[in-house]
Write a protein that binds this ligand. Structure first.
Ligand code: NAP
Length: 309
């Protein structure tokens, strides 16, 4: 039996697509993926999702989205899709144990913030360490924070953080910056921003008695000197990686791997739609992901109506 809609990925885009397609009686099947609930499950307070005047905890918001999609009959499955074949119809998806067929597929596999992989980082994520200034900057009012990275994201995040923090230190491993001249200039002209170049972060330090960032262990790559920098917040801004490995050679993507869409959420393969961060290098917000998830559901519904088998 071919499923009318299979949704790959369970962030805000996936759950919104599931809500709309299940309410449209399309009996969607959703694979939750490697990080059920997506990137919001590694944040704490979410204050910029409309409808929650007091804010909402990231994992709680995703649990509510899951319940709402399940209420209308979405078949939410743990596990992830290991390979797809979009060259034939119905499409064939493999979850490692079983193959399933789908008339349409909504890809909402998201993107993963690149992290440093240093001691303390995992433990302190959401407790002083963040990978998203737009999400978390407001929690760092009148304190000193660091931004790690030397690209446009790092400059943008640092600039944004100065609206709240008293001081922002950009820590970059080289002397040259990957950031565009205009973004770099803006950061350099900002009196609240200082630059530490030729500096790598080796460890994120926590208080002995509580789970909260207290500082960074830094090494100067020229002098090899190791120092400890007291800090209240640290934003890792070293880029994102869209989760598109399994679609290589089948779906059109840009040089970084973000899926290319046209006319809303259509990919280059008819009947395959993309929503959320997997196709969005620019906005990357939960609410924009939810919006495109809704669009993908409506696009899939229309496509099914026009292509009855
Ligand atoms: P990026 O351009 O790839 O820059 C990543 C930065 O992180 C680089 O400076 C890199 O250092 C550093 N880095 C990578 N791995 C590291 C590690 N393990 N330890 C320490 N530093 C590390 O990524 P991005 O800044 O996210 O930008 C991605 C794309 O989005 C770019 O095309 C950018 O122009 C665009 N973007 C545009 C805007 C805007 O126009 N408003 C805003 C944000 C992003 P090295 O230079 O030494 O490799």
């Amino acid at each position: 039996m071919s499923h009318k809609v299979v949704i790959i990925g369970s962030g805000p885009a996936g759950y919104t697509a599931a809500l709309y397609t299940s309410r449209a009686d399309l009996a969607p099947v959703m694979y939750e993926g490697l990080q059920p609930g997506g990137q919001l499950t590694i944040t704490t307070d979410v204050e910029n999702f409309p409808g929650f005047p007091e804010g909402v905890i990231g994992p709680d918001l995703m649990e509510r989205m899951k319940q709402q999609a399940a209420r209308f009959g979405t078949d939410v499955r743990p596990g992830y899709i290991k390979s797809v074949d979009f060259s034939k119809r119905p499409f064939v998806l493999n979850d490692g144990k079983n193959e399933l067929e789908a008339d349409t597929v909504i890809v909402s596999t998201g993107a993963t913030a690149r992290l440093l992989g240093i001691p303390g980082e995992d433990h302190l994520m959401g407790y002083g360490v963040s990978a998203c200034a737009t999400c978390d900057a407001a929690f760092f009012r009148d304190v000193h924070v660091a931004v790690i990275g030397g690209g446009d994201s790092a400059m943008e995040e640092a600039d944004y953080l100065t609206k709240f923090a008293s001081k922002v230190s950009i820590i970059h491993r080289r002397e040259e910056f990957r950031a565009s001249q205009i973004m770099l200039r803006r950061a350099k002209d900002n009196p609240k921003i200082e630059f530490l170049v030729n500096t790598v972060t080796e460890e994120m330090l926590t208080h002995d008695d509580k789970r909260r960032l207290r500082g960074l262990k830094l090494r100067n790559t020229v002098s090899d000197e190791v120092t400890e920098m007291p800090i209240d917040g640290c934003f890792v801004a070293i880029g994102h990686k869209p989760n598109t490995e399994i679609f290589k050679g089948q779906l059109e993507m840009d040089e970084v791997g973000y899926l290319q869409v046209h006319d809303g959420t259509h990919t280059n393969v008819e009947g395959v739609f993309a929503a959320g961060d997997v196709a969005d290098a620019e906005y990357r917000q939960a609410i924009t992901a939810a919006g495109t998830g809704c669009m993908a559901a409506l696009d899939a519904e229309r496509w099914l109506a026009n292509n009855k088998s």
